[in-house]
Design a protein. Structure first.
Length: 423
């Protein structure tokens, strides 16, 4: 694949990226406060870290990193394009620190904090995605939780800004597509040989329709993306669940249904790698390898992941419905931490009141077919209560607005959804 984006187009793209970031839900200052508070409370040695100096230095390291064109020939011409994107972004932002933070904070966390600083507390378990290809609704179904620490979302009118409105247009998948992504990482992880910000969208051919072919590219370029767990599918609804550390990756292929959740790996080779690195982090803190704060947290997240996979498989075998999908996404019948939905728990013993984790938004969508619609639940971070106790916002499919009373009755009849998940 040849990079066709011109330097001028790249510069304009960078300007557009910066304008979008400046009009986001949070100001950059609010995001920095949230992220730096979390990092100082989560990593040994980061309490007094000068984040401005550290992030600016890391950003320069990324751009100076040698991109081996013999190993990655598809990247020929990328340096000039990336430099132009960054210049466009910087010219709009007009602040080198804000520019570096916006473009490199995620990478600083994974390639520096997770490799050179041992965690004081585990990260919050963030998010869940699961899919059904064949359903009783007549179209594919996607279930999702967006989880996060509550403190960073207070005072920004979060609930009102996220209430869905209007109607839902049917959607189709005509090429390999990422259909879900959640956070997952390893302490004491590997550092990649190359830090350069390779844009995979510029090197992976467009229009690939075979998910195994696409995953081959993700494996070839695994230094340049992640960590995190992702779900991919192709037009035939063949699924690939990816579990990714900094430079290691596991794949679980399936048809019919698939699922991922955060802060855990269950693919055998990734599970073994994470547990080996967990032991390194315990030793660095002088902890008992079987009785410590982190281990209870990681074990809990793994139990949550395995429960999700079991519930999804049972729903698929029964014949998935949108209400059954909501039962899973809002699951709180199991004891914490195995439940899928989270209501203000941390999962580790050194509980910090600010580090409570919540399922903030739950969405389930039937994406196409005769029953296209979505059910949506959203919490108010300024007055938190479990998301399943909030109002359900129902968005009908385009042309099916007349069925809204029918679907409202369906949700009312279900009572507190998630209380009795499918057996």
């Amino acid at each position: 694949m040849t990079i066709t984006l011109s330097v001028t187009e790249a510069y304009d793209r960078g300007r557009d990226m910066a304008q979008q970031r400046l009009t986001g839900m949070m100001t950059i200052e609010q995001s920095m406060k949230r992220d730096f508070t979390w990092a100082r409370g989560s990593y040994l040695g980061a309490e007094d870290l000068d984040f401005e100096s550290a992030i600016l230095t890391f950003s320069r390291e990324r751009m100076a990193s040698d991109l081996d064109l013999a190993k990655y020939p598809e990247c020929r011409g990328m340096r000039e394009v990336v430099e132009a994107i960054r210049k466009g972004f910087a010219d709009v932002m007009n602040d080198p620190f804000k520019t570096a933070y916006c473009l490199d904070w995620y990478w600083f966390c994974s390639r520096r904090l997770n490799t050179r600083y041992v965690g004081k507390t585990p990260p919050p378990a963030q998010c869940t995605d699961f899919w059904f290809a064949d359903t009783k609704e007549g179209g594919p179904i996607h279930g999702s939780n967006r989880d996060d620490l509550l403190f960073g979302y207070r005072g920004i009118n979060f609930r009102e800004k996220n209430i869905p409105r209007g109607v839902m247009k049917p959607s189709t998948i005509d090429k390999v597509t990422c259909i879900g992504g959640v956070s997952s990482a390893v302490l004491c992880d590997d550092e990649p040989d190359c830090l350069f910000p390779v844009d995979l969208g510029m090197v992976i051919p467009n229009g690939i329709t075979d998910v195994t072919e696409y995953v081959g590219y993700l494996d070839q370029y695994k230094e340049f993306w992640g960590p995190g767990n992702q779900l991919w599918t192709d037009p035939d609804m063949n699924f690939a669940a990816l579990e990714k550390a900094n430079v290691r990756m596991g794949v679980r292929y399936s048809t019919g249904c698939s699922a991922i959740t955060a802060c855990a790996y269950v693919i055998p080779e990734m599970n073994a790698f994470k547990k080996e690195r967990d032991l390194q982090s315990y030793r660095a803190r002088g902890w008992d390898p079987e009785d410590n704060t982190d281990k209870s947290f990681w074990d809990g997240d793994e139990s949550r992941y395995r429960r999700l996979l079991e519930l999804v498989q049972k729903e698929y075998e029964r014949g998935a419905t949108l209400l059954g999908t909501a039962e899973i996404a809002l699951d709180h019948a199991a004891p914490f931490p195995a439940r899928v939905n989270i209501q203000g728990q941390t999962g580790h013993r050194n509980d910090n009141p600010e580090m409570t984790n919540w399922s903030m938004i739950t969405n389930v969508w039937c994406l196409s077919g005769p029953n296209t619609r979505s059910y949506n639940w959203i919490i108010d971070p300024d007055n938190p209560k479990p998301v399943y106790e909030t109002e359900c916002f129902i968005i009908p499919g385009e042309g099916q607005e007349h069925r809204l009373p029918e679907w409202e009755a369906e949700v009312r009849a279900a009572g507190e959804i998630g209380l009795n998940p499918p057996a």
